[in-house]
Design a protein around this ligand. Structure first.
Ligand code: ZN
Length: 409
């Protein structure tokens, strides 16, 4: 089927590791997060001001502007790595770019108005993070480096990690973030690798679902959503209720808050684990066909299992794309107008009246009875045969840096 040259490529991989900072280091982390948040909020206020007075704000211009006034107006910013405020402004630029992209999609009628959200000010303790990077700085190319179970951060020094970095490659940047009372380092690592050469031409269609995590077009049993999730979600609601009853500013409220945040973290881990297992499993196929759920926006929440809905389709696709690039597989994203659920995979007639709640249905013209999910997966697998993308590798798989590394939340 597809031709894949056997050359060395590089991808950017992300690896998140729990940190064991000292009390002093934790204070430094908090300080850097504070600077990042301040820069983001400063940039957002500036952006709005410039926009309202007829200007054309951009994150590049804002970064220059901040650099020019930093030492005079915000001298305390120098106490933390200079990429903390810079990256915050880059993130702001990306948040605006996404916002404008969503507005365009809304105008084209692809997403409902309710899913569009303009960038907002960041609050303390929520999504605390800062980024230190090696960037293009040729003078200090080792601002960030690792040595076994330690990572060196600019101005902070060596910080203990729970495990070693799994990939050998060039560290581009590390994002330090807080979840509950724990700190994590997310590494972006550029890795050279030799893609596997595939001789098989196996094709699989993947239907992401509500009742099960995924259904494949072949005879593989449905992949169930992680079991403990439901139990923890119940516990989550209970803890959230308990928190709301605690008095503001009390010590008990603080404790309940930490408990809740820890459970959030635990649930996120279960979800991420299930997603990683699924995406790794799928790369055993040469060609993987998935639906385009990006544009479904709000709809995606109803269509997807809770395990994926929370992490998002974007993360599923990101993982699948980088893993399949490494495994020599390709990913095909089906046209978003393909009605994979409603088409009969036997005779191709369309069941216009099929509702989301109907898990099985019988095709009137040909009499085939369908499992809703399996039928959708079969239609997706069939899509690979008609798709021109299968002749030249997956969409985007030839890009040098096809993997977008999201900063740790
Ligand atoms: Zn039929």
């Amino acid at each position: 089927m597809a031709y894949r040259p056997n050359t060395v490529k590089d991808v950017i991989l992300a690896h998140r590791i729990r940190l064991d900072p000292t009390t002093a280091q934790e204070a430094q982390f908090a300080c850097a997060c504070g600077v990042a948040r301040f820069a983001y909020n400063w940039g957002l206020a500036e952006w709005r001001r410039q926009y309202l007075s007829g200007g054309k704000p951009s994150d590049v211009a804002l970064r220059k502007q901040l650099n020019a006034i930093k030492s005079e107006q915000f001298p305390w910013m120098r106490e933390v790595t200079k990429s903390a405020p810079q990256q915050a402004l880059k993130n702001l630029g990306r948040a605006y770019a996404n916002f404008f992209e969503d507005l365009k999609k809304f105008r084209r009628g692809e997403i409902p108005w309710g899913t569009i959200r303009a960038p907002r000010f960041k609050k303390k303790d929520r999504h605390d993070a800062f980024r230190a990077d090696n960037g293009t700085d040729k003078v200090h190319p080792h601002a960030v480096k690792t040595d076994g179970k330690r990572v060196k951060l600019p101005l902070i020094g060596w910080v203990a990690m729970r495990e070693e970095v799994r990939f050998a490659g060039r560290i581009l940047a590390v994002t330090v973030s807080r979840k509950a009372d724990r700190w994590y380092a997310s590494f972006s690592i550029e890795v050279d690798y030799q893609p596997d050469v595939r001789t098989d031409d196996s094709v699989v269609g993947v239907d992401l679902g509500v009742t099960s995590l995924a259904t494949l077009s072949d005879c593989t049993p449905k992949i169930p959503a992680p079991k403990p999730l439901g139990r923890y979600l119940k516990k989550l609601r209970r803890l959230a209720r308990a928190l709301s009853r605690k008095q503001r500013g009390s010590r008990n409220r603080g404790k309940a808050k930490t408990k809740l945040a820890r459970l959030h973290g635990h649930i996120a881990n279960i979800r991420s684990d299930a997603l990683h297992k699924l995406t790794t499993y799928l790369t055993r196929y040469r060609t993987i066909v998935i639906e385009d759920l990006n544009v479904a926006g709000m709809l995606a929440n109803r269509r997807l299992s809770r395990a994926i809905a929370d992490v998002g389709f974007f993360e599923f696709r990101r993982q699948l794309e980088y893993k399949s690039t490494m495994a020599g597989s390709s990913v095909i994203v089906a046209d978003r107008w393909l009605a994979s659920s409603k088409l009969c995979s036997t005779c191709a007639s369309k069941n216009e009246t099929l509702r989301l709640a109907e898990r099985t249905w019988t095709c009137q013209p040909c009499g085939t009875s369908h499992d809703r999910d399996r039928n959708a997966a079969l239609n997706l697998a069939r899509y690979a045969e008609s798709s021109p993308a299968s002749a030249c590798g997956a969409e985007g798989s030839n890009d040098r840096h096809q993997t977008v590394v999201k900063p740790a939340a």
